[in-house]
Design a binder for this molecule. Structure first.
Ligand code: SD4
Length: 306
């Protein structure tokens, strides 16, 4: 049985994002339009300190965004370390649709966005700046696991910790086509110019309309090393269920870096052509949101190895 349309996305904040995507999917809209509309919700949410406007800055105080999008025909677009534009996902889509390229980085991405009518904004909110000032006192890198689903006040966040986050969203539309989107402000207080897995096709996101789609969240360096989302899709091609494919990809990270894997979070989320979905994470605390005809706001706890 094929469940469609359906949209799934990472973390608790995926619920609100899915609902924006569902508005398009329920009217037989295209998965690509749905995932773009969906992830724009956390991008614009100032309370979300890990995606879009309001995201925590890098260690030099710049908010730099990473995003990518991929459609049912294998088209894709991405922006890397782009400043001053809230809706990085929409710029990524324009890179896909209006340029001969897949990725635009930094200044070039901003220039392209401005040429296409996006407004230059200050993405650093007062509370994000405050958190950064706090962090600067010690300037230590120590990840907080699962910061994405802790409803915390940024002001209470200890200054000596750094955070991570992403929304990854995958949709299967009424026609049976898949698309995905992934957008993040990346690791808070990262080095200036650092790019994670989220805008890297194959790492943070991969869509193969024959098989399925996958996305990731967590410490991007480990996902890039294992080309995680591509791996998950290829495992589904070999017959793995979405959940088993995600589990195997997580185990691959452990096999490569057994010690490190204990201290970090990585989670994968996947869907196949039948609308079956699954997820797996290194650590407890990963969650994902599911929205289809039957359930609009389901939140599922991801299984984990540790
Ligand atoms: C990154 N993967 O920049 C992103 C951050 C993230 O949950 O997803 N954190 O590495």
């Amino acid at each position: 049985k094929v469940t469609k349309p359906i949209v799934i996305s990472t973390w608790d904040f995926g619920i609100a994002a899915n609902q924006a995507a569902w508005k398009i999917l329920k009217d037989n809209g295209r998965a690509l339009d749905a995932v773009e509309a969906g992830v724009r919700i956390p991008e614009a949410d100032l309370k979300n300190v890990t995606v879009g406007k309001g995201g925590y800055p890098d260690r030099d105080g710049h908010v730099t965004l990473d995003a990518c999008i991929m459609d049912e025909n294998g088209n894709c677009g991405a922006v890397l370390a782009m400043e001053h534009i809230t809706h990085a996902i929409s710029v990524a889509r324009l890179v896909m649709e209006k340029t001969p390229h897949v990725m635009l980085a930094g200044e070039g991405a901003l220039q392209f966005a401005l040429e296409n009518g996006f407004q230059k904004e200050n993405l650093l909110t007062e509370s994000a700046e405050k958190a950064w000032q706090e962090w600067l006192k010690k300037a230590e890198y120590k990840p907080i696991m699962n910061i994405e689903n802790q409803h915390f006040s940024p002001n209470k966040l200890p200054g000596n910790q750094y955070n991570h986050d992403t929304i990854g969203m995958l949709a299967l539309d009424a026609k049976g086509n898949l698309s995905g989107a992934c957008t993040t402000s990346g690791m808070a207080f990262k080095m200036h110019g650092r790019v994670g897995d989220s805008p890297i096709i194959g790492a943070g996101l991969y869509v193969d309309n024959e098989i399925g789609a996958a996305t990731s969240t967590g410490v991007g360096e480990e996902v890039v090393r294992t080309v995680g989302s591509f791996l998950v899709v290829e495992l589904m091609r070999q017959g793995y269920s979405p959940e088993d494919a995600c589990k195997e990809a997580v185990e691959r990270i452990i096999r490569k870096k057994p010690q490190k894997a204990k201290e970090i979070q990585v989670g994968f989320l996947a869907i196949n052509k039948n609308g079956q979905y699954g997820a797996y994470a290194l650590q407890k605390g990963f969650s994902f949101a599911v929205c289809n005809e039957e359930t609009q706001d389901l939140l599922i706890k991801g299984k984990s190895i540790f």
